[in-house]
Design a protein around this ligand. Sequence first.
Ligand code: UDP
Length: 370
Amino acid sequence: MYDYLVIGAGLYGSVFAQQAKAAGKSVLVIDKRDHIAGNVYTEKVEGIDVHKYGAHIFHTNNQAVWDYVNRFVTFNRFTNSPVANYKGELYSLPFNMYTFNKMWGVVTPDEAAGKIAQQKAAAGITEPKNLEEQAISLVGTDIYEKLIKGYTQKQWGRPCTELPSFIIKRLPVRLTFDNNYFNALYQGIPVGGYTRLVEKLLEGIEVRLCVDYLEHKAELDALAEKIVYTGPIDAYFGYSLGALEYRSVRFETELLDIPNFQGNAAVNYTDAETPYTRIIEHKWFTFGKDEQGNNLPKTVISREYSSEWHPGDEPYYPVNDEKNSALYAKYKALAEQEENVIFGGRLGEYKYYDMDAVIAAALAAAKEIR
Ligand code: UDP
């Protein structure tokens, strides 16, 4: 018997497991994949840490979380500054003075603010009701049309008028020449990749891979007093109330025999016609160098295609619109009746979590360990 059975070796499960072990508990971690680390998994290809399930850039304002992760790995000083490519025109992201200058030729913050205010007024928006209106009121019509509309509709498979405005509030708007994508105090990529971070979290903890919990639920449940479940909450309940919707992502990854494909870690293709949303060039997360500081001669790129999720696909993004939020609330009520089961993480809580928030949530849940 174990004190805890943790289902899913992603960030939530691994952090919880680490805390449980540190509290003197016995823990078994299982995962249905053949590797640990969930969607933050990185794999070395020609010395490059390839983010197999999409780019992950760690950023946080949470001192406790930052101190916690730094106990296990060191972080490099990577700062995310994506470039937007709209039909060959390049713009700086997030929306900042470089973007406004390129878009309108404005030079001062006042001129930029004036331009945004003018476009917002022309669109007649007072209280934004959806993502489109929110975007126009933040940055005006031109930026919405060229840098937001196509990208967002590709990513979410829905028109911006049918999406909640909070999605776009993730992106800062700045009247300064600062193209750091995140407003966080701390930012970086773990040296050795995220897989190393999760390996360290799980050090000394029994992990069984290629084990499907829901297929063997009864016998696995019998192994432990308490369960931490980080899989999809609707799958746990056999989709009895219906399936929650997700967006999935498909990656086309290529190893190229050239040192530099696009000169940046992320280039977003913001038009509606290009079928992929962005291209990630993984080596730039480590400045084009391996851990010893040698220049990497080759490069790996991933084109990212967003798609609707179907049962059997990997779920990536919860679709937190009204319909799905209401369905999630019903599943959550069921989950609260499950004694001795903690539901956590992006899938367990159906929440568009960033990594630091997942870690904070797992640390908070682990406070209950006694
Ligand atoms: N977004 C956009 N244009 C961009 C990048 C992002 O319109 O070039 C919008 C889009 O609606 C997206 C949201 O901002 O869903 C959040 O983007 P972010 O890059 O934070 O998403 P993630 O990295 O989690 O995929």
